[in-house]
Design a protein around this ligand. Structure first.
Ligand code: SAM
Length: 457
């Protein structure tokens, strides 16, 4: 049974546009679990799409769907293969905002500042072009692993995962074309999913969150290029964390608010105070949870200094002979660069190789591009990252498993194989790569990462 909503929250929302107390309380009273997913357009998706034929589409996101019921994601190999991401529907509106404020065909440098566990980052990655890249950052060290895991499963080579404080980005002045700040907040928008959030909610915490949001934004804005776009969002209903922050941004910083168009029947509420626009999602008006989003354009500044491009570190680029055996593992249709990093080989698009030195000198990099494995004695020992990436060659030898064996593979438990020819084999379920095994004459080793294995029976 859901907890009662905090009276102080209800009072504080009385005069806010779109707030309808009775409907809002009712939406929190009925047990209404909404489950939504976003399909990964870069992975083979026939089998996922066939299960979604009757699913309702989320109107503001191309690959977003509402599921009729919540399945066991743990027991779905498609989930582990990165074929989709389970994401709250309202937050997928980021797609509409990005499409209307940014030229997504351009070559862009994008920062997702508060990125763990990776919902917005995986969405952003699907929207940007292949000659763009995304820095997906999380300040809290213990949350970086789950972010890196989700980015790895998503499979793209144009993402960097970093573990930095917002103020570290001041080292990259006027650098990013787009910055997304999905800020830590008081979390009232998620009350229906999280009863603990209700008991922990207080006006004092809302005020603290608001101050922290200002601090985060103040720390990071100088790394946005003049003319660049800043997108700010929270999952809070409180004005001091939403419209007031938006207003502060346009007053104290050199930002202009962006108006977003959407269909009226989507149920989103636009708030506009002194020409500063914000977009509210109330659970009694839309099929999703509470959310707020606003977009801004940084004013042009002719005097802004561009960051000087640091040269590519030639010592870490691969040799010609290395290139020959490495490139056999990569889809020949892609233009990919390689470099040696801590005894491993990284594959990445040229734009990232070019920016690598700038990023390395400013940030703590947890993961960059695709770590394709270690190069030992003219051979690549392929990594799990390569197996689930979208750059792997289609010519790799594969073994297709049925559901029960695929789950045994993901549990790191025994399953029978009739194919015993020695060598590396890609384990595939419904066209989707799950990981590598190495076959010997009478047995095989499973290379699925131990820390990701599933325990569920
Ligand atoms: N964008 C994520 C997604 O869509 O999956 C959710 C982000 S969550 C709303 C906010 C994130 O901000 C959390 O991962 C949290 O660890 C991080 N955070 C907490 N304090 C922060 C701070 N002072 N500066 C920057 N990020 C912070």
């Amino acid at each position: 049974m859901p907890h009662a909503l905090p009276i102080e929250l209800l009072h504080s929302l009385q005069r806010i546009k779109g707030f309808d107390e009775a409907a809002f309380i009712a939406a929190h009273t009925i047990e209404n679990q909404i489950t939504s997913i976003r399909v990964n357009p870069a992975k083979p998706s026939n089998s996922v799409n066939s299960t979604l034929l009757s699913a309702e589409k989320i109107p503001w996101c191309t690959n977003g769907y509402y599921l009729q019921e919540r399945p066991s994601f743990t027991l779905d190999p498609h989930f582990h293969a990165g074929a989709y991401y389970v994401q709250e529907a309202s937050s997928m509106f980021l797609e509409t905002v990005m499409k209307q404020t940014i030229d997504l065909n351009a070559s862009l440098k994008v920062l997702d500042l508060c990125a763990a566990p990776g919902g917005k980052s995986t969405l952003i990655q699907s929207l940007i072009s292949t000659d763009s890249f995304l820095v997906s950052n999380e300040v809290i060290k213990t949350r970086v692993n789950i972010l890196a895991e989700n980015i790895t499963k998503w499979g793209a080579a144009n993402v960097v995962v970093t573990n930095n404080d917002p103020k570290d980005f001041q080292r990259l002045a006027n650098y990013f074309d787009v910055i997304v700040v999905d800020a830590p907040c008081s979390g009232s928008g998620l009350f229906r999913k999280d009863n603990v959030a209700i008991s922990e909610w207080s006006m004092d915490n809302v005020a603290l969150c608001s101050q922290r949001q200002q601090r985060i934004l103040a720390d990071v804005v100088s790394s946005l290029k003049p003319g660049g776009v800043l997108i700010y969002s929270t999952c809070s209903y409180s004005e001091v964390e939403n419209e007031n922050i938006a207003e502060w941004l346009t007053k104290e910083n050199t930002f202009e608010s962006c108006k977003i168009n959407f269909q009226e029947n989507w149920g989103i509420v636009e708030t506009a105070k002194n020409d500063v626009y914000g977009y509210r999602f109330y659970p009694d008006k839309i099929k999703g949870e509470g959310f707020f989003i606003a977009a801004f354009k940084r004013n042009e500044d002719v005097n802004a200094q561009k960051l000087k491009q640091k040269p590519i570190n030639q010592k870490s680029t691969v040799t010609k002979s290395q290139f020959e055996y490495l490139s056999k593992w990569i889809n020949p249709k892609l233009v990919i660069e390689y470099f040696n990093w801590k005894n491993e080989v990284i594959a990445l698009p040229y734009i990232l190789l070019q920016e690598m030195a700038n990023l390395q000198s400013a940030l703590y990099i947890k993961k960059i591009g695709i770590n394709i494995g270690s190069a030992i004695r003219n051979e690549l020992i392929p990594s799990h990252e390569l197996a689930v990436s979208t750059i792997l060659t289609p010519d790799v030898e594969t073994i297709n498993l049925k559901l029960e064996d695929a789950l045994q593979f993901l549990r790191l438990q025994h399953f029978e194989l009739t194919d015993t020819k020695p060598g590396w084999k890609l384990i595939v379920y419904n066209e989707l790569p799950l990981g590598f095994i190495k076959s010997m004459s009478n047995r095989f080793n499973n290379y699925y990462p131990r820390e990701w294995r599933i325990f569920n029976k």
